[in-house]
Design a protein around this ligand. Sequence first.
Ligand code: NI
Length: 169
Amino acid sequence: MIRKIVKFPDPMLQQPGEPVAEFDAELRQLVADMFETMYASQGIGLAAQQVGVCKRVTVIDLSQAKDPAQKLVIINPEIIFREGKQYEEEGCLSFPEIREKVVRAAKVRIRAQDENGKWFEMDGEDLLARAFQHEIDHLDGMLFIFRMSALKRDLNLRKIRKMQRDGVW
Ligand code: NI
């Protein structure tokens, strides 16, 4: 089922997610719905807060449903290693139309659970590293607009306010 995507400035987006303790049917349904919702909006990552569920669950698929091997379910994650720096453009399904460069680590290693509760570690670099950092930020209630320079952040906040006034946000 496609769920409604929560848009900035909904306070849900700045609330840290609760750790997942039950790896049950409800969680599997949430994960399935998150993939469906993300694909419907051509996204490559989605956090549970973005569908109104305050839990530490995120899904990533850089292939946008073209390669099943790239479907990642990441639950209760933490970044255990980071290296280098990258400065590339990012977007976010909770900020339609907004794209901006954000500083991120070039490589990260995460430790997380899959939808069955099994712990795993995974390395990512470039786009995957960026997706890990962007989505894990969401689970901490942190949004990419607050990772931008103050100048870019203010410009984008003004853009959003204008879209809100025009009724297109
Ligand atoms: Ni996002």
